[in-house]
Design a protein around this ligand. Structure first.
Ligand SMILES: *[C@@H]1O[C@H](CO)[C@@H](O)[C@H](O)[C@H]1NC(C)=O
Length: 252
């Protein structure tokens, strides 16, 4: 078998082994880049907080130190919405009160249910919260989901919710999270969203207003299964973007 002979000769020689080693490393590295790109897209309009390099939230509730690395990041994030009180162009927006020119809509951090700083974002109860921020995207005017013809893959509860809302409230960038695979869908357990399932239209478009506050939704994972890695994908629902952020959750 000349081919195997040749292979054996290559493997037996030192340069051959080095080349093989480099090839293996290159293939593994390419694989890592591919995985990294599917789970972390810096151009995504949706950003996960706490952001972690490995896209993993993993801790045991036995010691506070374990989840502090996440709650510290969430504190930093939340605090950035507190220090804006000197900004005079902050406006309390709602459907009947759109922001005047050069004003920005306030982001209310008081209606976050169990996802507050005072409550450690529920990390100590093995039911952690994450924040999903819609990153400022200059001039993006979302094409809102048509409530009478929602995307097929949109979760049923969200379709029903949108259908029940008033015309003005249907104009929102909706957000949802789900398990990646069947097992994940089961293990993820119930979720709740604060202050609501989406971000209202009056935050858009971002036109470089000074002091613009990036809106976000808090997601509470109420009873995720412990002792298994759960792969989670969160995404936005508009007609022109389904950008997403994915991460893994592992509670011991
Ligand atoms: C929304 O969907 C319905 C049902 O498919 C359709 O009749 C209607 O024209 C759509 N509206 C818009 C604004 O696209």
């Amino acid at each position: 078998m000349p081919l195997i002979d040749t292979q054996n000769k290559i493997l037996a020689s030192k340069p051959g082994r080095i080349i093989l080693g480099i090839l293996v490393i290159a293939i593994v590295a390419l694989g890592c880049v591919a995985v990294f790109q599917t789970s972390y897209d810096v151009h995504s309009k949706l950003e996960l907080i706490p952001d972690t390099n490995d896209r993993l939230i993993s801790y045991t509730t036995k010691s506070n130190e374990e989840f502090e690395k996440y709650t510290v990041k969430m504190n930093q994030f939340i605090n950035s919405y507190n220090i804006h009180s000197e900004n005079r162009n902050i406006y309390n927006c709602d459907d009947d009160h759109l922001p005047p020119r050069d004003n920005v809509c306030d982001v209310n951090i008081r209606n976050l249910g169990p996802c507050t700083k005072e409550n450690y974002y529920s990390y100590h109860k093995s039911s952690p919260c994450v924040f999903l921020k819609i990153k400022k995207t200059p001039l993006w005017e979302p094409k809102y989901v048509n409530a009478s013809d929602p995307p097929e893959k949109m979760p049923e509860y969200l379709k029903n919710y949108i259908a029940s809302e008033s015309i003005q409230k249907k104009k929102a960038v909706w957000v949802s999270c789900e398990g990646e695979n069947d097992a994940d869908k089961e293990n993820i357990g119930p979720m709740s969203y604060f202050p609501s399932f989406g971000v209202p239209h009056y935050y858009f478009p971002y036109t470089n207003q000074q002091g613009y506050l990036e809106p976000f939704v808090a997601v509470h994972f109420e009873r995720p299964t412990r002792g298994v890695v759960i792969f989670i994908k969160c995404q936005i629902w508009t007609q022109d973007s389904n950008d997403f952020a994915s991460f893994a959750l592992y509670l011991q």
